[in-house]
Design a protein around this ligand. Structure first.
Ligand code: UVW
Length: 332
């Protein structure tokens, strides 16, 4: 199952979308989401049912596998109860400060409020990878230079560039867990192949159309919710699924695991790491959604037999960021 760099380069040449939507394009395959596509997706709302696909952002998140990523740190900066106490008991300097800065809030009136701060890697929990997240040979998607990502952020292909693309479209769940007939998750070393995606599409009696966002249920997130082990390996798409996504004109792909693709080098490309990331983000301009919570959606789709829905998943527009948190929802 391991490919060579020659295989990789052949696939990269086949799927590369550079120039397809103009030399200055920064949204890649999101261009498949036309106004007609957005309207088609809205037409899938029949029951008024909203299903959250976002995990919690908390200190109990999935980070731990890599030392360079941590779970969110959330602290309170103003607490209305504390403020009342400070006014009454705080040292004089603090009482003066409260009186000077916040008298409108906390002086002799009943109004109180709470504020907070969060510090986190943008890749910590449910997220989109921007196209500027991964590159090779000094080029980003559409040929933009890799050094256009600086300590000031990404001058090209930052997550904010998705702008009025939403991101919203017709979402289609592909339930690998149900297809494999297991009730846990896709074990490491058993990547999901393009043929298996076709089998799942047939089994679910659903069509993949241009501009769809494909959402792949591997069971990893549900397993994490029960074990709390964010470092546990799972499986994902085989790197050759990049060609399948290209042929079907998929706008974006998301999964409930750490990397969407299978990270096992034995199923990858000799001499490199995460080849599907390189093909999708850099060659195709196709964004990857990671750590989505797909258990409730999978259960709902199995119950009503409807695997298509309106997907609404706009990332936070963090200017120059190479990825961003998202709280996606599926609406049926
Ligand atoms: C890397 O590709 C390094 O990370 P992620 O799984 O967030 O895409």
């Amino acid at each position: 199952m391991t490919g060579t760099m020659k295989d990789f380069r052949r696939v990269a040449d086949e799927v590369r979308n550079w120039g397809r939507w103009g030399d200055d394009d920064e949204v890649g395959t999101l261009n498949f989401i036309t106004p007609a596509k957005v309207a088609e997706a809205a037409g899938l709302v029949k029951q008024g049912k909203v299903i959250s696909l976002g995990g919690d952002f908390s200190s109990g998140g999935p980070q731990g596998a890599f030392k360079f990523r941590q779970n969110p740190v959330h602290v309170m900066t103003v607490d209305g109860g504390d403020a009342s106490t400070l006014v009454e008991y705080g040292p004089q300097w603090l009482r003066n400060a409260v009186a000077a800065d916040m008298s409108a809030f906390f002086a002799d009136n009943p109004f109180r409020f709470n504020d907070d701060i969060i510090v986190m890697p943008l890749q910590a929990a449910t997220q989109w990878d921007a196209m500027s997240h991964v590159y090779y040979e000094d080029k980003l998607y559409n040929g933009f230079p890799a050094d256009s990502v600086t300590s000031f952020g990404a001058f090209h292909l930052g997550i904010e560039k998705v702008d009025n693309k939403g991101i919203t479209s017709r979402g289609v769940l592909l339930d690998v867990v149900a297809h494999r007939g297991v009730d846990t998750f896709c074990q490491p070393g058993a990547p999901i192949t393009p043929d298996e995606l076709d089998e799942i599409v047939a089994r679910q009696n659903v069509e993949i159309r241009s501009g769809d966002i494909v959402v792949v249920h591997t069971g990893w997130w549900t397993r994490f919710l029960s074990t709390g082990d964010g470092g546990e390996a799972g499986s994902g798409l085989h790197w050759t699924c990049a060609s399948w996504l290209h042929e079907h004109e998929v706008a974006a792909v998301a999964a409930d695991n750490l990397m969407v693709e299978d990270p096992d080098p034995g199923n990858g490309v000799e001499g490199t790491f995460l080849p599907m990331h390189m093909l999708c983000l850099r060659d195709m301009g196709l964004m990857l959604g990671e750590y989505w919570d797909l258990g409730p959606l999978a259960a709902d789709c199995a119950a009503d037999g409807v695997y298509e829905f309106q997907l609404v998943a706009p990332p936070l527009k963090v200017v120059g960021a190479v990825g961003a948190p998202v709280s996606p929802i599926a609406i049926k």
